[in-house]
Write a protein that binds this ligand. Sequence first.
Ligand SMILES: [Zn+2]
Ligand SMILES: [Zn+2]
Length: 371
Amino acid sequence: MKKAREFYFLFDLVNKITLPEQDLLINKPKADKQMGLFATDDIPKNAILYVLRPMNCLKAATTYTIQYDDNLHIPDESLKVAKYTNHGCDPNVNFFFVETDEKEIQVTASGKRYLVYCVAKKDIVKDEEIRFDYLTTEYDMKEKFNCSCGSPLCKKEIQGFKYLSNELKLNHRDLIAPHLKKYLIGIPDPRPKFFYFQDLLNKIPYEDSKLISVKQNSFKQNGVFANFDIPDGVLLFHMDPIKCWDKPDLYTVQYDDKLHISHPQLHLAKYTNHSCDPNIDFKYILTDKKEIDQTADGKRYVVYAMTRRVIPKDTEVTFDYTTTEFDMDAKFPCKCGSKLCRKDIQGFKHLNKEEQMKIKYRIAPHLKKHL
Ligand SMILES: [Zn+2]
Ligand SMILES: [Zn+2]
């Protein structure tokens, strides 16, 4: 029997794992005879497709290079499988620049070195073409071209970030490479700053955001609501599991088999209601902080609330209790109204195998052994 494929996520990088070479992708000619990059398997959202290790960058761009800094372009040799990644205006992957100390990696003008991670922005199905938005890396391309990506968001003529209107530049704000950020300075931006997981990797000091607040929902219960339109992948608040409780109650969040995050550490999780199709997940991110409770297998995690799709302003923020709770004291009838609603909620243990597999990339570490 074919062994199930393993995927690696941006979240795994805090473990400092070395990603194995994977055969997730293949280059082949498309219907129009142009080369393209295609998925050889279904790939879940947030999975890493490949890592670029920029070395010996070129001073000038070619047709295939990816821009790394103002005057540095990643050459073919470093691109490997990525060489034939075509452009898309509504792409299924994005590049994340994550700082590294590795001395052989090309240094930028600001003295930094980056590994460039290609990450799935959405679930990708087998044989789907992999596309990224060239405007997130290229400032001024040698030649413009007419895009035929077919997306309703298609910008038609692609020539680099430089040629975008201020409005479109701002739309790209959180997805662009570090060397493009300076071109946003001075453009009035009504939106707050959003904090992403990759900011944690780049050691940008984290603070809980003011993006959400507690209000009454339509059932006259407390709920958490978005104060702004919040993009996908944004960290909203965090929990430090310190002095965990050994018994759950209605509000606690399960941290390990016998540990539950206590009320003082829950912050807004206390008011975050359940949905079977939630718009946030709790991400358990390894930490060295000694004050954090250790799990039975000797690990420590900070738990971050992260959006899993765009949350429009005034929408209630919800998470799926079955992604953290194994076996709840009492079941409750869900009224989330989602097409995916499971009606009775009593924890991960009470889901059937198919339902458990559907959420396997989103569950807390202590639930993984039950798969
Ligand atoms: Zn397009
Ligand atoms: Zn439901």
